[in-house]
Ligand binder design. Structure first.
Ligand code: KIV
Length: 308
């Protein structure tokens, strides 16, 4: 595994070095992986095209302008302003305490960073705990806050009751990313950060919920800590909704990691599904480029190491 990811490291590094005399910028001395003119803004049509062609979709979290700009320049297609910011930026022990105002603020910071960079990435804002649970109307009001802060899409956790919420938002022109499996906002109800969908019954429920979310119009589905065989089946079944895995194996249509985790920084225990891309890369930009290369060429994640 290390060898496979390491070769992604060196191929990313050589493509970077060959870019030669790229001008210095506040985000590092390297230019974008490809020329700005070759980089078109990522929208839903492009994401659908990639999904149909079997090209892996890359996603990382970011919470501020500088990291977002670096990720954009490194070729990360989707940037998620995750409510994981509660843990990595605010030092909370779960995402439950994250407010809509905090999400609005960080979404605005990331959107500003993208405007200062290539502005290619698709920006997803996470609806925090309590901001969509009361009613569809409350969900719409919260989604509007994030869209007006610069998000192109909102993400919400859970299945079943969320299906109507997703439909309501999508009907009103708000792209939605769903999130199933381990849903950190409900960590207390789940009894901890555990793999989900392990029993036949839980797997069947997950399949039903995923398919209902796709029918409701969800344009993407994050699958967190789900057995890789189940995630692969879901990925093959959901023709119109690319799955983005985190601890869900290599069979997903794309991958996401929390930025700080993949840079080797974590206040707690590093989850099994994380690989430290910073260790060999030597720079944040290099780590992100390696991540993109490794996801695209299938060398990350490795099922025997990063999945269940
Ligand atoms: O908040 C977050 O960062 C997330 C990712 C783990 C998918 O939801």
């Amino acid at each position: 595994m290390t060898q496979a990811i390491s070769s992604a490291v060196s191929s990313a590094a050589s493509s970077v070095n060959s870019s030669g005399n790229a001008p210095a910028s506040p985000y590092g001395t390297l230019g974008p992986t490809s020329t700005p003119s070759a980089r078109k803004p990522i929208g839903l049509p492009r994401l659908r095209e990639m999904h149909a062609a079997g090209e892996k979709i890359t996603m990382l979290t970011a919470y501020d302008a500088t990291f977002a700009a670096v990720a954009d320049a490194a070729g990360v297609e989707c940037i998620l302003v995750g409510d994981s910011l509660g843990m990595v930026c605010q030092g909370l022990t779960s995402t439950v305490g994250v407010t809509l105002e905090a999400m609005r603020h960080h979404t605005e910071c990331v959107a500003s960073g993208l405007r200062r960079s290539q502005a290619t990435a698709w920006l997803i804002g996470d609806l925090p705990f309590g901001s969509y649970h009361e009613s569809k109307e409350q969900a719409l009001r919260s989604a509007v806050v994030l869209m007006q802060a610069g998000a192109h899409m909102v993400k919400l956790e859970g299945g079943g009751w969320t299906t109507d919420v997703v439909h309501f938002l999508v009907e009103r022109g708000i792209p939605v990313c769903a999130h199933l499996g381990l849903t950190p906002q409900t960590v207390h109800a789940l009894g901890g950060y555990r793999v989900q969908g392990k029993t036949d019954e839980a797997a069947a429920r997950l399949k039903r919920e995923a398919s209902a979310l796709q029918d409701a119009g969800a344009a993407m589905l994050v699958l967190e800590m789900v057995p890789e065989a189940l995630a692969t089946t879901l990925t093959q079944t959901l023709k119109n909704c690319p799955t983005i895995g985190i601890g869900a194996g290599s069979g997903c249509a794309g991958q996401v990691l929390v930025l700080h985790d993949m840079l080797g920084m974590n206040l707690g225990k590093m989850p099994k599904f994380v690989y430290n891309f910073m260790a060999d890369a030597g720079s944040v930009r290099g780590a992100m480029e390696t991540y993109v290369a490794a996801v695209k060429n299938g060398s990350f994640p490795v099922n025997s190491l990063h999945a269940w």
